[in-house]
Write a protein that binds this ligand. Sequence first.
Ligand SMILES: Nc1ncnc2c1ncn2[C@@H]1O[C@H](COP(=O)(O)OP(=O)(O)OP(=O)(O)O)[C@@H](O)[C@H]1O
Ligand SMILES: [Mg+2]
Length: 347
Amino acid sequence: MITFEHVSKYFGKNSQRIAALSDVEFSVESGKVFGVIGPSGAGKSTLIRCANLLERPDEGRVIVDGMNLIELTPSDLAQARKKIGMIFQQFNLLSSRTVYENIALPLELDGKDKSSIKQKVLPLLELTGLKSKQDAYPAQLSGGQRQRVGIARALANQPKVLLSDEATSALDPENTHAILRLLKDINEQLGVTILIITHEMEVVKEICHHLAIMEHGKIIEHADVVDFFGNPKTELAQRFIQKVAKDHLPIAVKQRLHSEATPNSNPLWHLSFLGKTSQEPLIAHLMQQLSITLNILQADIELIRDQTMGTMITEVVGSTEQIQAGLKYLQNKGVHVEVIGYVRNPE
Ligand SMILES: Nc1ncnc2c1ncn2[C@@H]1O[C@H](COP(=O)(O)OP(=O)(O)OP(=O)(O)O)[C@@H](O)[C@H]1O
Ligand SMILES: [Mg+2]
């Protein structure tokens, strides 16, 4: 549905010139949710803005629904853009218009008459749960409700593609969750293909099928979301996952966590078990056969998209040789192990 072929985009001139996108290639299959993560300045917003030519690439092709947008005449491009909805972090609503009027705006601009506008807006109010708010103004709404208006407006022209740039990052966790559920429904019920930029791993885990990670204008890794979490390849992907794991550590452990090993410290492992790998025998083997002591701090079964993944964070006590043997054993069993730091023992 969306294909980027050798897309590059530069900003600035001469020595100031930077490549915001550098030879980016990826495809989003029809009906899927594709997430893009990466550090600030990586080029994520530039990438999504190239997907509807809000930003025109300097090189390459952007193909949406079979058409190379770059070659279209202005009027054909305007036509193609109607099938690409976009939502923003700051919602971008018109403050002088009601909820109903904001959602109706793209249809008015398209010259639709009042009754056909109403026919389209009413089901969108229903879908986004805004029926009782249709006459309210944006200032009278919560952040979550404003984003619902943004989403309804983006769907007014019945797009095939929805682009979302940090659409939940101005929201609290509860509203984030509700908006994600709405996006998931839109994907599953309306079949809309979604390209979503985020820095929140929760977003990725909940709704993305596929994930790409960007750094310095390049996509450095992309994978099915379950593989990404179960077997991240690049250091950056591993860091992202570690950060999530660290954020969830108990405070007492965080305070004892260091990035360097000392003679007085034990490694902290983050284990992920994909699919059917059962945790119990593996842990028993480490403790009984390899005489490693595991101080399990956290164990969890997570749903990533709709697959289960077990995760565990454990302090590992043993000699260097024992720990090496344990690592090797787990890796042979297909368990992904990250060392997220070292916890020092109290003096
Ligand atoms: N209009 C512009 N003019 C000049 N430089 C720009 C412009 N837009 C983006 N850049 C530069 O391009 C690079 C990529 O920016 P972009 O906004 O795509 O990053 P991002 O990954 O979305 O970051 P963030 O996570 O902070 O939103 C940055 O170095 C940025 O300064
Ligand atoms: Mg951005």
